[in-house]
Design a protein around this ligand. Structure first.
Ligand code: BG6
Length: 482
């Protein structure tokens, strides 16, 4: 099954924060892969822009090193050399005049113009304004902004207002890299491309849905940021919320940006407030040489959570009565992200009580081993009567699609190509982000008002025991993750 690569229009992409961590780890190695695949055409150019004084050669060396460290291990030196010729660098002062004339002189007419703001949100306004006053942004130019998009509803509104002074909504691409993951898009293909699932996709047939995004890493070198954020702001408000939306939304009339985003917005607006006893917060303990959470963020009294589990409901016709359980955390047992749609039991068991209780489950695995599994109940093989057993029907994409599954672009590179194509379907709209904060804010304010202290949990576990109890109380359990 050969995957088709359709080249995008030639572009001028400026990466503000071009020497930063995200640029080196994800954006530039990702663009290199798109270049090797022929999707980024050789006429395109990428301009790094940052505060540091550096010339084009210096930036090319930085990118060559980034590709060696974070890019494909089998990168061909000729490809790297060809890619580097497409790169330039401008030292820029986001709050002053320095560098803007140079940047303007490098932009070419007739090419798609995109500006990636891989910088602190405090600079978004300055950059947006200077792109205009220096006559660099055009009416069809695009800007790409990274999370965190605000830290609450008020700051998100202010950011939206600032950006909208200079750019229309259809020029603003708010990245949530989870939407660029292959399986996340497959989720929509599976739901809306098959007759099989949609008729069963509601509270009548589905018992509950659980979403797990578990990481083995700790907060690493990002303690300063993370301690002001926590799992709720860092993961739930955006990544888990987006997964929830795609699972729960009504079928859009077509796969077009506003149709999809309208449906997602309706889900967020229908989310019930979360009751305090339906949330468990945790902080990881030390393991081996690895420090505990509070030491890692250098804040011995920190009350920020590195783990969260919660239960919520969506108050609409489709989902009334079906709970959604969400959990995410750092330093957990394994790096596993999955969505499990757990169906109800059959209304009556013709095999009698000894057959036990069985539930179908559709598991959508984001990582590792992207794929979909359906747990189906069958007869246990062999003599001895009718005993039932649940077995997985497994479709690991790497096996089903063969070598082509290796060429699947990673989330960032796919999303950047969408920016160049002008397709906003996989980006968050301003009202969506605000609605997500409107749901999250009262939860966080509640913790602050109660001086809530997270429970500690063992590193390498699946979070505090209370997270297990959250499900047990309802007669359910979290799926075991590998
Ligand atoms: C980021 C968070 O948005 O997503 C990080 O800020 C987190 O804290 C990361 O580690 C997880 O992304 P992925 O793609 O590795 O699951």
């Amino acid at each position: 099954m050969a995957s088709r690569v359709i080249p995008v229009d030639p572009f001028d992409l400026v990466i503000f924060g071009g020497t930063g961590d995200l640029a080196r780890r994800k954006i530039l190695p990702g663009l290199f892969r798109r270049f090797c695949q022929g999707q980024m055409t050789p006429e395109s150019q990428i301009i790094g822009a940052a505060r540091a004084e550096m010339d084009d050669a210096g930036f090319r060396q930085l990118v060559a090193d980034a590709i060696t460290e974070f890019g494909p291990k089998d990168a061909n030196p000729k490809d790297i050399a060809a890619f580097l010729t497409r790169l330039g660098y401008v030292a820029i002062d986001a709050k002053g005049d320095g560098g803007w004339a140079d940047l303007k002189s490098r932009m070419r007419d007739g090419y798609v113009r995109a500006f990636y703001f891989s910088v602190a949100p405090a600079l978004f306004g300055d950059l947006a304004q200077r792109l205009h006053t220096n006559d660099i942004a055009q009416t069809d130019s695009r800007i790409v902004v990274e999370k965190p998009f605000g830290k609450d509803l008020q700051t998100a509104r202010a950011l939206n207002a600032t950006l909208s002074e200079h750019f229309r909504e259809d020029q603003i691409y708010r990245i949530d890299h989870y939407l660029g993951k292959e399986t996340v898009q497959n989720l929509m293909a599976v739901r809306f491309g098959n007759m099989l699932f949609e008729p069963l996709w509601n509270a009548q047939y589905i018992d509950h849905i659980q979403i797990t995004v578990a990481e083995t890493v700790g907060v690493g070198g990002r303690g300063g940021y993370y301690d002001t954020s926590g799992a709720m702001r860092d993961m739930v408000q955006n990544h888990l919320m987006q997964l929830l939306c795609l699972i729960a939304m009504e079928p859009p009339a077509k796969f077009d940006p506003d149709a999809v985003r309208d449906e997602k917005l309706k889900v967020i607006r229908a989310l019930d407030p979360v009751l305090p006893h339906h949330i468990v917060r945790g902080q990881y303990e030390a393991i081996g040489e690895q420090p505990d959470y509070r030491s890692a963020v250098e804040n011995p009294r920190s009350r920020t959570e590195s783990f969260i589990a919660l239960k919520t409901h969506i108050s609409n016709w489709r989902w009334a009565g079906t709970p959604f359980y969400l959990r995410t955390g750092k330093r957990m047992r394994s790096r596993t992200s999955e969505i499990a749609v757990v169906f109800k039991e059959t209304p009556h068991s013709i095999f009698g009580p000894e057959a036990g209780s069985h539930r179908n489950a559709l598991i959508i695995r984001l990582q590792p081993d992207e794929g979909i599994t359906m747990d189906v109940t069958i007869k246990e093989p062999g003599p001895g009567g009718m005993r039932l057993v649940d077995v997985p029907l497994d479709m690991t994409f790497a096996e089903a699609l063969g070598p082509d599954a290796q060429d699947v672009p990673d989330a960032y590179e796919r999303l950047i190509m969408d920016v160049i194509r002008g397709n906003q379907t996989l980006f968050m709209r301003g009202d969506e982000v605000e609605a997500a904060w409107a749901w999250t804010d009262p939860i966080i304010q509640g913790w602050e008002a109660r001086h809530d202290v997270p429970k500690t949990y063992e590193s390498g576990s699946m979070g505090p025991d209370d997270a297990l109890a959250l499900m047990h109380r309802d007669g359910r359990k979290w799926r075991d993750v590998r």
